[in-house]
Design a protein around this ligand. Structure first.
Ligand SMILES: [Ca+2]
Ligand SMILES: [Ca+2]
Length: 198
C-alpha cells in the first residue's frame, strides 16, 4: 500500500479533534461546580426558611395561650412546603432560669457539705427526671409563665442533585436550629420544689 506523501504531514498538524477531550476535561469540573453551587444554594435556602419558622415559633411561644403542638406542626409544615420529603423533628424543653441550662442541678441541702448528693440531701430536679444531672434538654414541654423555652429542630432531607455520588458528601443533608425565648410573666412563675434522696 502506498501512502500519500503529504498525509503524515497533514495528520501531524491537524488539531480538529483535540478540542473534544479538552472540553470533557473542563465540562466535568464545571458540572461539579454548577451542581455543587445549586445544592449549597438550596441548603442555604432551606436553612433560612428553618430559621424563619423557628423565629415565628418563639414569637408564638411567648404568648399566654399557646398550643405547642401547633407550633411544632407549623415548623414542620413550613419546611415541607420547600422539601416535601424532609424529616422534621422538634424537641422542646423548659427552664426556670438561663443559669440552669447546661449546668449541674443545684443542691439545696448538703448535710455533709461534700457537694455530692447523698442520702438525705436535696436538689433542684430542673428536668424532672428523678436524678441529679447536668441539664441539657430541660423539663419536657414549654413550662408556664415566665419560664424559658428552648426548641431544637433537626431537618433531614435527600439531596436534590446527584452531586453526592462524585463528592462523597452523602445523599442526606442534615440541618439543625435551636431557639430560646422567655414566656410572658402573665402570672407568678412556678416554684421548683426540691427533691430529696432517700
Ligand atoms: Ca452530700
Ligand atoms: Ca435531673
Amino acid at each position: 500500500m502506498t501512502q500519500h506523501p503529504h498525509l503524515s504531514r497533514r495528520l501531524a498538524v491537524d488539531q480538529r479533534g483535540a478540542s473534544v477531550p479538552e472540553f470533557a476535561l473542563i465540562l466535568i469540573p464545571l458540572c461539579l461546580i454548577l451542581f455543587g453551587g445549586l445544592e449549597i444554594g438550596y441548603q442555604i435556602y432551606v436553612r433560612s426558611v428553618l430559621l424563619g419558622a423557628m423565629e415565628r415559633a418563639t414569637r408564638l411561644t411567648t404568648l399566654q395561650t399557646v398550643d405547642s403542638t401547633a407550633v411544632e406542626t407549623d415548623i414542620e409544615a413550613t419546611i415541607k412546603r420547600l422539601a416535601p420529603n424532609a424529616t422534621v423533628r422538634t424537641t422542646k424543653g423548659s427552664f426556670l432560669q438561663y443559669s440552669q441550662i447546661n449546668a449541674m442541678e443545684r443542691l439545696t441541702k448538703d448535710t455533709n457539705n461534700n457537694a455530692t448528693l447523698d442520702s438525705g440531701d436535696c436538689w433542684e430536679d430542673v428536668d424532672d427526671n428523678g436524678v441529679r444531672n447536668v441539664v441539657t434538654e430541660g423539663k419536657t414541654g414549654i413550662g408556664g409563665a415566665d419560664d424559658i423555652v428552648r426548641y431544637n429542630t433537626v431537618v433531614t432531607y435527600n439531596r436534590i442533585l446527584p452531586i453526592y455520588r462524585f463528592t462523597g458528601i452523602g445523599n442526606t443533608a442534615t440541618l439543625s436550629a435551636t431557639t430560646m425565648t422567655r414566656r410572658q410573666p402573665y402570672e407568678l412563675q412556678n416554684v421548683l420544689t426540691p427533691k430529696c434522696k432517700a
